[in-house]
Design a protein around this ligand. Structure first.
Ligand SMILES: Nc1ncnc2c1ncn2[C@@H]1O[C@H](COP(=O)(O)O)[C@@H](OP(=O)(O)O)[C@H]1O
Ligand SMILES: [Mg+2]
Length: 298
C-alpha cells in the first residue's frame, strides 16, 4: 500500500486562507466574465467553479483528508445532472467522512444570492478544517471587500487581499445599552421582532441589520460593524464552520441559540441555528431568545 503524505498541520491555517482567497478571486472573475444579466447562470457558474477549484486543490494538497462541500452533496449532483451543467465532483462518502480524523468543511460560495446582485459585497468563500471533534482552522474570504478573515496559530487575522500586512482580529464589546444584530435578508428568525421588544424592555436597544451570507455576517461581528449574529430556522454545517472557526479564534462567544456548542462533521449536516457575539453579550441574548421562544404556559 502506498503511504499518503502526512498533512502539514502547521500549514493548515495558511492553506485555508490561501484556498478561500484564491476561490474568491476566481469568483470575482466569474462576475466580470458573465455580468449580472442572467442571475441563475451567474449563481450556478460561481457555485460550480469555486467548488471544483476547492475540491481539486484539497485533493492534491491534502490527499488523506475527507471533504464536505455544499456543492458536493449527492442531491446537488442529481439536480445539476438534470440540466446541461457538468456534474460537480462529489463529497467523500459519508461512512468514510464520519470515520475520518480530518474533514474540510467548505462552502464555495456563501451568500449566492448577494453574489448575483451587482454592487453587493456581502458574500464569501468558507474553508474550515475539522479535526478529531473540533474546528482547528478556518478562513472566510470576502473577495468584494478585499480581505480574508482567518485563523492563525494562537489567534485570528484580518488579511488584506492585496498582499498588505495582516492585522490581529479580536471581537470587541458593544456600547452599553445597544446591540446591532445582523440577520438574514431573506430568512431571519421568526422571533427577532419579539427579541428586539424584549431586550428593549430590559434597557437594551436592538437594531436589526440585514446582511447576506453567514460568513459576511459573522465577519461583520468580528470587524465591529455589528455586535451579534442571530440565526434560526435552517442552515448547514458549511454555512457556519469556517466563520465559527475564525470567531472562536478571535475570542467571540459561539453557540447554538440554546447555548449548546455547535457540533460539526455530523451524519446529518443540518445545523439550523447559531449565535455569535462578544462573550459579554451572550447571556443577554441567550436569555432573551429563551424567553421569546419558550412555549406559553398551559
Ligand atoms: N432557513 C434556511 N434553510 C436553509 N439554509 C438557510 C436558511 N437560512 C439561511 N440559509 C443559508 O445560510 C446562508 C446564509 O443565508 P442568509 O444570507 O440568508 O443569511 C445561505 O447559504 P448559501 O448562500 O451558501 O446558500 C443560505 O442558503
Ligand atoms: Mg452557505
Amino acid at each position: 500500500m502506498t503511504e499518503q503524505p502526512a498533512a502539514d498541520t502547521a500549514g493548515d491555517h495558511d492553506l485555508a486562507a490561501e484556498l478561500a482567497g484564491r476561490a474568491g478571486e476566481l469568483l470575482l472573475g466569474v462576475r466580470g466574465e458573465l455580468g449580472f444579466g442572467d442571475t441563475r447562470a451567474l449563481k450556478d457558474t460561481g457555485d460550480l467553479r469555486a467548488h471544483e477549484y476547492l475540491m481539486g486543490e484539497l485533493a492534491r494538497r491534502r490527499p488523506g483528508d475527507a471533504i464536505l462541500s455544499e456543492e458536493g452533496r449527492s442531491s446537488v449532483a442529481a439536480k445539476r445532472a438534470r440540466g446541461d451543467d457538468r456534474s460537480p465532483t462529489g463529497n467523500t462518502a459519508d461512512e468514510v467522512r464520519l470515520a475520518a480524523d480530518r474533514v474540510w468543511i467548505v462552502d464555495p460560495l456563501d451568500g449566492t444570492r448577494e453574489f448575483s446582485e451587482e454592487g453587493r459585497a456581502d458574500w464569501a468563500v468558507h474553508v474550515a478544517l475539522w479535526e478529531k471533534g473540533r474546528l482547528v482552522a478556518g478562513a472566510v474570504a470576502l473577495p468584494a471587500q478585499g480581505r480574508t478573515l482567518r485563523t492563525a496559530p494562537g489567534g485570528a487575522l484580518d488579511e488584506p487581499s492585496d498582499g498588505g500586512r495582516a492585522a490581529g482580529l479580536r471581537v470587541s464589546a458593544p456600547e452599553p445599552g445597544r446591540l446591532r444584530v445582523a440577520v438574514s435578508r431573506s430568512r431571519p428568525p421568526e422571533f427577532l421582532e419579539r427579541l428586539a421588544v424584549r431586550l428593549g424592555e430590559a434597557g437594551v436597544e436592538v437594531e436589526l441589520v440585514p446582511i447576506g451570507s453567514a460568513g459576511a455576517k459573522i465577519a461583520a461581528v468580528l470587524l465591529a460593524e455589528v455586535d451579534a449574529y442571530v440565526h434560526a430556522g435552517g442552515q448547514y454545517e458549511w454555512d457556519s464552520a469556517a466563520p465559527v472557526a475564525v470567531a472562536v479564534a478571535a475570542g467571540a462567544h459561539v453557540s447554538r441559540i440554546s447555548g449548546a456548542a455547535p457540533a460539526y462533521n455530523q451524519k446529518d449536516p443540518r445545523l439550523p441555528d447559531i449565535l455569535v457575539c462578544h462573550p459579554g453579550s451572550a447571556s443577554t441574548l441567550l436569555t432573551g431568545i429563551r424567553d421569546v421562544t419558550a412555549a406559553p404556559p398551559g
